[in-house]
Design a protein around this ligand. Structure first.
Ligand code: NAD
Length: 475
């Protein structure tokens, strides 16, 4: 006999578990299939984000930032700390407790919402059936009127540095190192490379980041990327080598010898650990039987339309497994929208208003178009900015670098993009996202009262600066 549901969600990451909860809230009989298991073989909901991604990396970023502050950041406040040390195992244990609490929290939410959690690997068969295979190899078949595929992404492997999670680590391995390596190499100066490179640098590693492309953070607004690069190299001490192609690696028990090429020729360097962070790809290998007929796009992602519908009626796909940025909150929003569509509501996802955050120090956050993209699109723009060095709250926090930059349409004044490098950029960006969601103008933010003294005044001043009337800087 086949168990039949209104909806089966495959994948319990931030896209899938949110979709399942929203379906259940809307009265749909919902199952969520997920294969993730913890080191003891128990189901661990939450996908990459909770188990080995956003949450554990932020836990380590926070611990390592506190350590760095205790070492170097207290003098300016007149606080004398003496010699500060770190117990890396305790730091990792704290991170594991946070992960454990949150993954169990999702199990609790499933229970409370009456979502049936099914542990095993799901695969789409024809006629909206899902084959579930347990870790032990037992199989069961479930069926539903609607299927949501939320199978996420996996790290990209490169043959020149095969991950063994002993000395050559992927992002999961890089979250479980028990002592700070003396010399750490990172391949890829993207989001993960910069975040994890920052963690281990603050804990005492000498960090070298090898990046193939010769532009730093090419998707970030150029001005912000330039200022960030300076801060990461000069203030954080990251050694970022751009235009550097890794050509090979040889791992031994305790180290890895890496060869790479740059404009000066070939070089060899030995690291105690090497993190490979060269991007992720959709986790779609063997996701459907041939006779299911699921169409993938040219990059192996599940092909969907603007409403996350696949080529098969009533089969949807969301999150990292489909086009668009691989960001947890983008997946969650797609999950909510698809659940509401299934329930007959009119849902909508505004892919133009997805915020991005890189949790470095200082943080980088942005939404909308960069100056370069706006110009490429032929838009007539005006820009404003405000430096945190002129913001009272920022100075009180001993944070002096970075800026808020606002880009608006020169004719309509509608905000097209906001870019922040600086303290709490991850939180500050929400105001810009909300403003853009409501199609606000820079004048709308300029006329909004911002509490004093706060970091958000930098957003206010950037908006004022768009029309040349910032109050605390020379326009
Ligand atoms: P990424 O795409 O952000 O960066 C990968 C980098 O590796 C790129 O700069 C690329 O040029 C470089 N690269 C690729 N091949 C290389 C090679 N052979 N040698 C040297 N450099 C090479 O990918 P990521 O950092 O691995 O992150 C993966 C995904 O996870 C991203 O889509 C990201 O959005 C997401 N993520 C987001 C957050 C966040 O929102 N804060 C955090 C972590 C991950």
């Amino acid at each position: 006999m086949t168990d039949k549901f209104d909806v089966i969600v495959v994948g319990a990451g931030p896209a899938g578990y949110v979709a399942a909860i929203r379906c259940a809230q809307l009265g749909l009989n919902t199952a969520c299939v997920d294969e993730w298991q913890d080191s003891e073989g128990n189901a661990s909901l939450g996908g990459t984000c909770l188990n080995v991604g956003c949450i554990p990396s932020k836990a380590l970023l926070d611990s390592s930032e506190k350590f760095a502050q205790a070492q170097h950041g207290m003098d300016a406040h007149g606080i004398k700390t003496g010699k500060v040390s770190i117990d890396v195992s305790a730091m990792i244990a704290r991170k594991n407790t946070i992960v454990d609490n949150l993954t169990k929290g999702i199990a609790g939410l499933f229970k409370a919402n009456k979502v049936t959690a099914v542990h095993g690997r799901g695969r789409l068969l024809k006629d909206k059936q899902i084959e579930v295979t347990s870790a032990g190899g037992e199989q069961q078949i479930l069926a539903a009127d609607n299927i949501i595929l939320a199978v996420g992404s996996v790290p990209i492997d490169i043959p020149v540095a095969a991950v063994d999670n002993a000395v050559i680590l992927d992002n999961a391995g890089a979250l479980d190192i028990d002592t700070a390596p003396k010399k750490l190499g990172v391949i890829g100066a993207g989001v993960i490379g910069l975040e994890l490179g920052s963690v281990w640098k603050r804990l005492g590693s000498e960090v070298t980041i090898l990046e193939a492309v010769d532009t730093f953070l090419p998707t970030v607004d150029k001005q912000i990327a330039r200022e960030a690069q300076r801060a990461f190299v000069k203030e954080q001490g990251l050694n970022i080598k751009l235009g550097t192609k890794v050509t090979g690696s040889k791992a031994s028990k305790k180290s890895v010898k890496v060869t790479y090429e740059d404009k000066d020729g070939e070089h060899t360097e030995t690291f105690d650990k090497l993190i490979v962070a060269v991007g992720r790809r959709a986790n779609t290998k063997d996701i459907a039987s041939d006779d299911a007929g699921l169409v993938l796009d040219e990059r192996g992602r599940i092909d969907v339309d603007a409403h996350c519908r696949t080529n098969i009626a009533n089969v949807y796909a969301i999150g990292d497994a489909v086009k668009g940025p691989m960001l947890a909150h983008k997946g969650s929003e797609e999950g909510v929208a698809v659940a509401e569509q299934i329930a007959g509501q009119h849902a909508h996802i505004n892919h133009d208003c997805v915020p991005w955050v890189i949790y470095t120090h200082p943080e980088i956050a942005w939404v909308g178009l960069t100056e370069e993209q706006a110009k490429e699109q032929g838009k007539n723009i005006k820009t404003g900015f405000f430096p945190f060095a002129a913001n009272g709250r920022s100075l009180a926090m001993n944070e002096k670098g970075g800026r808020v930059k606002m880009i608006a349409d020169a004719e309509t004044d509608r905000i097209l993009g906001v870019h922040i490098l600086g303290p709490n950029a991850s939180e500050l960006i929400s105001e810009a996202v909300l403003a853009m969601e409501y199609s606000a103008s820079s004048e709308d933010i300029a006329r909004t009262i911002h509490a004093h003294p706060t970091l958000s005044e930098a957003m206010h001043e950037a908006a004022l600066s768009v029309s040349g009337r910032a109050l605390h800087k020379v326009n």
